[in-house]
Design a protein around this ligand. Structure first.
Ligand code: 2M8
Length: 406
């Protein structure tokens, strides 16, 4: 057995709580939404039944309005282990925010590893309700794009794309950051940003998790993943013998893609759009590369040129930098402001394959495996040196390594 395979499998074993997997035993001791989807994609190679359990556990916490919460709290974890914990959210056992909808893709992948009609038939209506929530409750701009109401919803918390809309938010004070007990301050978001995250989350909570507040943004990463998820849902519908439903999912994907093209594309790149001002934010971040996931993306050649050009240097650096290498505020070690993340690398690799860029996809895949193995499955890495940062034994890094090796 490959040594890396065994070590990656051991990480998932250690992070397994019995019905779900934590991203990290120290920094993130609960179940996170998009982490679980990526983890299931790796777990399916070890145990399809555990991968199914991972996703079924997450969807057991789906809200009645269809949203899949971004954190499902583990009742056995001490409250002081993570902030903001269940007391903050006042939503029983979950947060009230969401994360990118990678789940349909994960459900399909798990089914492909070991076909299970009951699993598909159980999750299909839940996935439909989840996408329906995004399409209706989250269409703040009225353009057919899902808006996020908090940087945490992008999964790319302190991305430079959020600097402008966040500047409107007055930071909260009087809370204790638990993350700094486990992570180096220079690798984590700043105190000011954290204060803004807490303010936005409290305002949203106080509105009953309904109102659009100061931060309302259309993110190309989130929407590309949504369009891809609709394509995955179409494949699931075909598997379930529902060809008419499959056609509606493909149409939904096409609508999101068209809206992204019209509202977010500019000069060779996809940018986030601030719904409050109507302006596109100017930062080139890795989220703008994720529309490569869409196989019929008309602007793929131009986007590929940006990906391989000086801003991201794909194939010539480690992974996919989370921020523009040429930007003055690129920071090689600070979270989502420069470092490369395995999940983004894995998604972009899929995109490269879908656009026939097989050599570049293979080079990226090899680098992701080598870097993950060398850094003890680090949460993120410096794209220029490959040095690990953040947590080690990180769930999705280990899981996606397994998927790349399989
Ligand atoms: C990070 O986000 C959480 C808040 O959700 C945090 O900083 O405490 C992000 O990297 C996010 O993408 C990820 O899902 C989460 C757990 O790994 O950690």
């Amino acid at each position: 057995m490959d040594v890396t395979w065994g070590r990656a499998a051991a990480v998932l074993e250690d992070n397994w709580l019995g019905s779900s997997t934590v991203p990290s035993r120290s920094l993130y001791p609960h179940q996170w939404s998009w982490d679980s989807a990526f983890i299931a994609i790796g777990l399916r190679h070890l145990s399809p039944s555990r991968a199914r359990r991972e996703l079924l556990t997450l969807f057991s916490a789906q809200w009645r309005d269809g949203r899949v919460p971004h954190i499902l709290f583990n009742p056995d974890t001490p409250p002081e282990a993570y902030f903001p914990g269940p007391d903050f959210w006042r939503a029983r056992r979950t947060s009230g925010l969401i994360q990118p909808p990678v789940h349909a893709r994960a459900v399909l992948a798990v089914h492909e590893a070991e076909p299970d009609h009951t699993f598909l038939a159980t999750l299909y209506p839940k996935l439909r309700a989840w996408h329906e929530y995004l399409r209706t409750h989250r269409d703040a701009g009225g353009r057919g794009l899902a808006a996020i109401v908090h940087p945490w919803e992008s999964g790319m918390d302190n991305s430079p794309a959020w600097d402008e809309p966040l500047a409107r938010v007055t930071p909260s004070a009087g809370f204790v950051r638990r993350d700094l007990q486990h992570g180096a301050a220079a690798d984590r978001p700043s105190d000011d940003d954290y204060g803004r995250y807490v303010r936005l989350a409290a305002d949203y909570r106080d509105s009953g998790y309904q109102d659009f507040g100061d931060f309302v943004v259309e993110d190309p990463g989130f929407n590309a993943i949504l369009a891809d998820a609709e394509l995955a849902l179409a494949e699931i519908a075909v598997e379930l013998g529902l060809p008419a439903a499959a056609a509606t999912h493909r149409e939904a994907a096409a609508r999101v893609e068209k809206a992204m093209q019209e509202a977010l594309w500019d000069n060779g790149f996809f940018f986030a759009r601030d719904v409050r001002t109507g302006e596109r934010t100017r930062a080139h971040t890795c989220a703008g590369l994720l529309p490569l996931l869409l196989p019929d993306l008309a602007v793929a050649p131009a986007l590929l040129a940006t990906a391989t050009g000086p801003r991201f240097r794909l194939g010539r650096v480690h992974g996919v930098p989370s921020h523009d290498l040429t930007a003055a505020d690129f920071d090689a070690g600070r979270y989502w402001r420069g470092p490369s993340w395995a999940n983004v690398g894995w998604l972009v690799r899929q995109g490269l394959q879908r656009h026939g860029e097989h050599a570049l996809a293979a080079r990226l895949g090899d680098d992701l495996v080598e870097t993950a193995s060398r850094t003890e499955f680090a949460e993120y890495v410096d794209p220029l040196t490959g040095a690990g940062h953040g947590a080690r034994s990180f769930g999705w890094t280990a899981a996606l390594t397994l998927d790349l090796l399989a």
